[in-house]
Design a protein around this ligand. Structure first.
Ligand code: ZN
Length: 447
């Protein structure tokens, strides 16, 4: 009875001060303005996966969205689902992808079982909840699910204090409750690289916020930078036999792919960010070597000093923030990551199985499918891109169609334009379909 009274009270208070649309979860009634970080270990091999809960901690303030709480915009390769323990109502959902699931598609996963760290943030619940971690396979089927309870009064939910790492606000786009909050955290910057890190972080901010469509919505983003000092300066490059002691353990040769720069030490990443509120994290790695990665609603990781820094950062953030797929493919290097009889959830590629959910509404009437490419596109466009006229570039980047070849396959997967930021570094802009997907995501967070 007492409990019911409490619920009625908070509902009444929330109704008095905020207009929550019918069907939406009321943030204030269900959550505090605080963050519950949940640490998990994902383990398995090519054909099976398990999730284990490790620990929880609390930081004050919640930087995430306070509306669309139970409605993910994109499905992702997995989801965190929070339900009321009392009545099972879904209170919060966030979708994500993981390095673990990428690894499951590698030859190594046929041979050995491995474990990967993952950390997720949910708004701090006022009452007991059940948290489910759900994983989807490449066919979109639920292939793993783990549920556990969270009691907000649990004394073993660690309350984290400021870790003392220097931080700066690079850009402020409104209150935490309104803006999209990005944090840039350092790896491979030693104490003496302090000034360089904040200069590099500012370059990263300018690269993202200067690129369309982000530049049109820059006022909706807050960007902070955290300096987590490393013992050594630089990054580990295993193919050179070079391992360094750095704060977040980033290294090249992920899955034995030379240029794939990642970190598996997600708990170190979250510990370094500490109490700084964020929704999206960029790990900035002090290296001139080309490389980086972006995993949807998980992490963007980026080398700082390669000449293509700006282009690659925007591309990788396109994965991590916008859930965009790679539009590239190479004959002779095909992948079965996207089964041809399943519509992928990524907004910028299609198998045409459920094309109405993609960019069908953006096609001119009577367009041939697949759409034939321009004569120009039959050349090695990458090599001649700089010599093309603005009109030629526009034809390749803006003329929306259904072009065959995308998602690491030459046949059966289609891309919206011939050339896009999600296809090659040389192309300066996102295509109209990728741009729309990013704007939809910005609106999802902020409207
Ligand atoms: Zn695109």
């Amino acid at each position: 009875m007492k409990r019911l009274g409490f619920l009625l009270l908070v509902t009444a208070v929330a109704t008095a001060f905020t207009a929550v649309p019918a069907g939406e979860v009321d943030f204030a009634a269900n959550f505090e303005n605080a963050t519950l970080r949940l640490d998990y270990v994902f383990c398995g091999d090519a054909t099976h996966q398990d999730v284990y809960f490790q620990q929880a901690c609390r930081t004050e303030e919640w930087a995430g969205r306070r509306h669309h709480l139970a409605e993910p915009l994109l499905r992702g390769n997995g989801q965190v689902i929070v339900r009321s323990a009392a009545d099972g109502k879904v209170l919060y959902v966030n979708s994500f992808s993981t390095l673990f699931q990428e690894w499951q598609c590698t030859p190594e996963a046929e041979q050995v079982q491995r474990a990967f760290e993952n950390c997720f943030q949910i708004p701090f619940p006022r009452e007991k909840v059940e948290v489910e971690i759900r994983l989807y396979d490449t066919r979109g089927e639920v292939c793993g699910s783990m549920r556990h309870g969270i009691d907000p009064a649990d004394i073993l939910i660690r309350r984290r204090s400021d870790n003392g790492y220097p931080r700066r606000t690079l850009q402020r786009g409104g209150d935490l409750s309104e803006a999209i909050d990005i944090v840039i955290v350092s790896d491979g910057y030693a104490e003496q690289d302090y000034v360089k890190f904040f200069a590099d972080a500012e370059r990263a901010r300018a690269a993202l916020m200067g690129h369309k469509p982000f530049s049109d919505y820059a006022g909706r983003f807050s960007i902070r930078a955290v300096f987590a000092p490393s013992l050594q300066s630089g990054v580990s490059v295993p193919h050179d036999g070079n391992w360094l002691e750095t704060s977040l353990d980033s290294h090249f040769d992920t899955f034995y792919t030379t240029r794939y720069l990642t970190t598996s030490a997600m708990q170190k990443v979250y510990d370094a960010i500490g109490t700084v509120p964020f929704e999206h994290v960029i790990v900035l790695v002090n290296t001139p070597v080309y490389g980086g990665g972006g995993i949807f609603n998980n992490v963007t990781i980026m080398g700082s000093d390669h000449p293509t820094f700006k282009e690659v950062l925007v591309h990788e953030f396109g994965h991590a923030f916008g859930g965009l797929a790679d539009e590239y493919f190479y004959a002779g290097d095909e992948s079965e990551q996207y089964p041809l009889d399943i519509e992928p959830w990524e907004p910028n590629i299609s198998t045409l199985v459920d094309f109405v959910k993609k960019w069908q509404d953006m096609l001119p009437a009577g367009l041939a499918v697949p759409t034939p490419v321009d004569e120009l596109e039959k050349q090695d466009v990458r090599k001649i891109w700089k010599t093309l006229s603005p009109e030629q570039k526009s034809s390749l980047n803006l003329k929306v169609g259904v072009y065959e070849g995308a998602g690491y396959r030459t046949k059966g997967i289609y891309r919206p334009v011939q050339e896009c930021r999600m296809r090659m570094n040389e192309c300066e802009e996102f295509c109209p379909v990728c741009s729309r997907a990013i704007v939809r995501m910005i609106d999802y967070y902020t409207r």
